[in-house]
Ligand binder design. Structure first.
Ligand code: HEC
Ligand code: HEC
Length: 152
């Protein structure tokens, strides 16, 4: 074993890390405090694997899920802006939504979205879910879906 080579590698490693003693494990950064680059890493390492599991449990077609499933065009243009117009838009009023979920497939998807997708995603982002009384700005369907505009 070449000890000189090893200490050289350690030296390079320490220099690359700024020559400081390693800091004690810090609290993971909350999503809201992350830089854009940190958000990319977080989406790759945490959101994608967890949400894919959730979606695949509902429908095996989501084995092919990737960033585009949620971000659509935002992947191509690099903004990752949400909500995404490439996810099916939802009806824009309560009455229209109630009409929409009379269709059993729409109802089945909406139930899954409400029970699993919305809650898991909000938990990952460490934000409260929408509640008209306590968290009117909370995380909801509208963070991912756009809405079709309905005539009043
Ligand atoms: C299950 C849906 C979902 C998947 C899959 C997903 N994301 Fe996201 N992503 C979101 C949501 C929702 C937000 C927005 C959070 C907010 O601000 O409301 C977001 C935000 C982001 C942001 C921050 C955008 C900004 O303006 O700061 C980046 C960057 C990002 N995602 C990258 C990715 C990448 C890269 C992948 C694939 C590895 C990915 N996302 C997969 C749902 C998803
Ligand atoms: C984290 C992002 C996210 C949130 C939050 C979310 N959805 Fe979705 N939803 C999606 C994605 C992605 C798809 C598309 C899956 C695909 O490509 O088939 C989808 C699909 C659907 C569909 C099926 C549409 C169709 O015609 O195929 C319905 C219905 C739906 N969502 C309703 C809801 C409702 C209602 C809520 C709120 C309770 C909600 N979603 C919250 C991401 C989200």
């Amino acid at each position: 074993m070449n000890c000189k080579r090893i200490s050289m590698a350690v030296c390079l490693f320490v220099v690359a890390c700024g020559g400081e003693d390693p800091e004690p494990a810090a609290e993971p950064t909350a999503y809201k405090d992350m830089s854009f680059a940190e958000r990319v890493v977080f989406m790759n390492d945490v959101v994608m694997p967890e949400m894919k599991e959730v979606f695949v449990a509902f429908d095996a077609k989501f084995e092919a899920m990737d960033c585009t499933t949620c971000h659509g065009q935002g992947v191509t243009d690099g903004t990752y802006a949400m909500p995404s117009a490439q996810i099916a838009p939802l009806p824009g009023t309560e009455e229209a939504f109630l009409e929409y979920v009379k269709d059993p497939e729409a109802a089945r998807w909406s139930q899954f979205m409400f029970d699993e997708v919305m809650t898991r995603m909000a938990a990952l982002l460490q934000v409260p879910t929408y509640n008209p009384e306590t968290h009117a700005e909370g995380f909801s369907c509208s963070n991912c879906h756009t809405h079709t505009v309905e005539a009043p």
